[in-house]
Design a protein around this ligand. Structure first.
Ligand SMILES: Nc1ncnc2c1ncn2[C@@H]1O[C@H](COP(=O)(O)OP(=O)(O)O)[C@@H](O)[C@H]1O
Ligand SMILES: [Mg+2]
Length: 390
């Protein structure tokens, strides 16, 4: 039974389809039983359903006995990455034995974290944690002490990073480790975060790493460019919006579960207005439930699709927030594409940009446009609508 849901990643009963993607991911997971490991990069634009997909995979993996770790890198600097990832690994390793109080203490100030970490350190044996875990705890305590003293901790953050990254290999468990919005790590101010990362995880036989990210060009740079340390051992899974058929099935089943149904014409309007983006399908589904009577009609679909891109809708706010980060020229270039220009020459003619390639590259880096052959496209219908109004 499909239920509509908008605003956060979905799983289980709210999660629809993605069977091919799930089986692709799960094949990789179970390959580690045979001691062969292949990591995966899950790449796609915002709101297409990447986080939901990897979380759903994590649910399945947990049921199959994997320890699972999920870390959203959005907004994390190097120090917070090291802290948060360490906390997530501790939570996974102490599963069932680490309560909310402990987690809150770790998130609190350095003082509270030190007390909690020391307490765990004192119980390493009783909790049957490895000596490596003890080493990790010691480094983390040292790190927090430096932070409390106002030190920047250049050396200690590197040491702690290495200790954290190698932790999974020092246990007997099988791990699935997911980093969401991983491209954020590209900006960490150190020699090469990705080189350190690779060195630490390279030979781990008991963990599969999954890297998801919305900044398509940046993700492709990290995982597809042979010059980057993390390329080579990673398969890329491109996540696309639902197909027309899947999108219509999703809405159809959703409406039924609320005791309603929609005509084929109404479904077509939803499909055209959302381009199969699951976030928009859910929002439209929820809004359409307000329609009077049991039938969702063409007029209802048109009203909802129109409302979606009006300034009062949360969809609009979400997309506008993403676009707000762009400079004026990038916006102009986007608008030119939205107006139907696809080749660099055509796109440039709709703007005053001197070197349109610079902007096209930037927009692709952030996942706002796709490049197919020599042509550029906006696949998100809401982005398209919004930039047309510039
Ligand atoms: N498989 C799915 N089935 C149903 N709805 C989904 C699915 N995947 C995503 N969604 C919807 O799309 C929204 C965005 O999904 P999310 O996984 O957060 O996308 P991304 O991580 O790519 O930005 C979710 O809040 C949910 O409403
Ligand atoms: Mg996401």
């Amino acid at each position: 039974m499909v239920k509509f849901s908008f605003g956060a990643p979905v799983s289980d009963e709210n999660f629809f389809n993605r069977e091919e993607e799930l089986s692709y991911l799960e094949k990789r997971l179970f390959a580690i039983a045979k001691r062969s490991r292949n990591d995966i990069a899950v790449i796609g634009p915002r709101r297409v359903g990447k986080s939901s997909l990897v979380l759903q995979m994590a649910h399945h993996a947990r049921r199959k006995g994997f320890r699972t770790v999920f870390l959203d890198c959005e907004g994390l600097d190097l120090e917070s990455f090291v802290r948060e990832y360490g906390n997530a690994l501790m939570a996974a390793e102490l599963e069932g034995r680490m309560d909310l109080r402990v987690r809150e203490a770790l998130r609190g100030g350095a003082g509270a974290a030190i007390a909690t970490l020391s307490e765990i350190l004192g119980r390493v044996r009783a909790l049957e944690l490895s000596p490596a875990f003890g080493e990790f705890l010691k480094l983390r305590i040292e790190f927090e002490k430096q932070a409390m003293a106002g030190g920047s901790g250049g050396k200690s953050v590197l040491e702690l990073l290495d200790s954290t990254l190698t932790l999974p290999s020092k246990t007997d468990s099988k791990y699935v480790i997911i980093f969401d919005e991983f491209q954020e790590t590209s900006s960490y101010r150190m020699e090469s975060f990705h080189a350190v990362f690779r060195r630490a995880i390279q030979y781990q036989k008991n963990a599969v790493y999954v890297y998801a990210g919305s900044s398509i060009g940046m993700m492709e740079q990290i995982f597809g460019n042979p010059k980057n340390p993390l390329s080579g051992n990673v398969d890329i899974l491109n996540v696309r919006p639902f197909s027309e058929q899947t999108a219509k099935e999703f809405l159809d089943e959703g409406f039924r579960s609320y005791g309603k149904n929609a005509s084929e014409d109404a479904l077509r309007i939803f499909w055209e207005g959302t381009n199969g983006f699951p976030a928009y399908l859910n929002w439209a589904g929820l809004r359409a439930l307000d329609a009077r009577g049991k039938n969702v009609k063409v007029e209802d679909a048109e009203r909802v699709v129109g409302e979606m891109v009006s300034p009062i809708s949360p969809v609009y706010a979400m997309v506008e927030k993403q676009l707000a980060k762009l400079g004026r020229m990038s916006r102009m270039v986007l608008r030119s594409i939205a107006q139907g220009n696809n080749t660099p020459r055509g796109i440039a003619s709709g703007t005053t940009a001197k070197n349109v390639y610079v902007y096209l590259e930037r927009l692709r880096r952030y996942g706002l446009i796709l490049k197919e052959g020599e042509e550029y496209r906006i696949i998100d219908p809401v982005i398209k609508k919004l930039v047309e109004r510039y």
